[in-house]
Design a protein around this ligand. Structure first.
Ligand code: SF4
Length: 367
């Protein structure tokens, strides 16, 4: 299975022409500044353009240069990332910024091999930055590219299998334009996002329709075959907003691991017990204190990559004991207004929005 020479040339030309006419106006496409391209590419991993746009604008306003990222407080970085998920990406951005300051005099490197060595940058992102920011001929393969190529070739096998992913890298490289890789690679991604969508691809308006085998055989809806969908593991978690003298206790997660470096309300997994019992036990084990007046305030469902979490949220008053952190690396009592300054995981953010509504509504009653 491969592209004929004739089709390769048609696809290249048609896609570049289509992209130049139909591309969305996006802030990182204005100057193709390597810093902006890099930030956008990291934000766009697992995330849609419409979600990324406000994050990108906020980020650039607050951190307009690589130097400002290198010198920022980690909490500032995480706060700007709050809600985007996969927080290692944000921490790696700062590591990378510091490397660029030290090893590349603050200029984003333009060599593929140098870019690939930077933290958090894999083959896809290195190819994207090198081709989009510097217009150098490196291929990219992501979900959009796989879908478009799989349909063009009527590729019916499981596209997730590593041996098949390798084929897509080969095809992407073969198809790629060497003179305008910037437009070609972005065109592939843009076509996947706007026309060759996972459901109901807009084939009548597709510039590649004449060369598309899936269109010819009317198999578009069955391609790509992504194999069995992974089932999310359901877990129950209980957390508590512990109040003492007008303040609420928050703690910081260790830097390594899931949602590392974020602040959170204390709590933990519900075992073979009720969520209420779980929160009493967790607070005692995690902080070494006792709480009283435990009241359920909300139940939030939140999906992560591998888990679907049922979050039982309680309010409680501090009763007795002295806080001794077990797993958290920091802990503090803050006012409800101060909560919004700290970076929290998405589910905690939902809760904070509820308990600290904008004025004139009253915040969580504190006793
Ligand atoms: S013709 Fe349809 S299926 Fe084929 S590439 Fe275009 S949008 Fe995708």
């Amino acid at each position: 299975m491969k592209f004929s020479k004739g089709n390769t040339l048609i696809i290249r030309k048609s896609l570049i022409r289509w992209f130049q006419k139909n591309q969305r106006s996006l802030p990182w496409r204005k100057k193709y500044d390597p810093y902006e391209v890099w930030i956008s590419e990291i934000m766009l991993q697992q995330t849609q353009v419409t979600t990324v746009l406000p994050y990108f604008e906020r980020w650039m306003k607050k951190l307009p240069t690589i130097q400002s990222v290198a010198e920022a407080e980690e909490d500032v970085i995480l706060k700007l990332w709050e809600g985007l998920g996969y927080y290692t990406r944000a921490r790696n951005l700062q590591k990378t910024a510091r490397i660029i300051m030290e090893q590349f005099s603050g200029h984003f490197p333009d060599q593929y091999d140098d870019i690939l060595k930077l933290p958090g940058i894999g083959k896809y992102t290195a190819g994207a930055i090198t081709s989009i920011a510097f217009n150098k001929p490196y291929p990219i393969v992501d979900g959009n590219v796989i879908r478009v190529i799989a349909r063009l070739l009527n590729f019916r096998k499981n596209t997730r299998l590593p041996e098949n992913v390798k084929k897509f890298w080969k095809w992407s490289e073969e198809l790629m334009s060497h003179s305008d890789t910037r437009s070609f690679n972005q065109g592939m991604m843009e076509l996947g996002a706007l026309i060759c969508k996972p459901q109901n691809p807009d084939c009548p308006n597709c510039p590649l329709q004449k060369t598309c085998k899936a269109y010819e055989k009317k198999t578009m809806d069955r391609i790509p075959d992504r194999g069995e969908k992974l089932k999310k593991i359901p877990i129950k978690v209980a957390i508590a907003i512990i109040k003492k003298e007008g303040k609420i206790f928050i703690q910081k997660r260790p830097r390594k691991g899931l949602m590392g470096g974020l602040w959170e309300f204390p709590g933990g997994k519900v075992k073979k017990e009720t969520p209420k019992k779980a929160i009493e036990r967790e607070i005692n084990e995690e902080l070494g204190i006792r709480i009283k007046n435990i009241k359920k305030i909300k139940q939030i469902k939140h999906g992560y990559t591998k888990f679907s979490v049922d979050l039982y949220c309680y309010s409680a008053n501090f009763d007795k004991g002295e806080i001794k952190l077990q797993t958290a690396v920091d802990g503090k009592w803050v006012t409800p207004e101060q909560l919004k300054k700290y970076p929290f995981p998405a589910a905690n953010v939902k809760l904070i929005a509820d308990i600290t509504p904008s004025p004139p509504k009253a915040a969580l009653p504190l006793t």
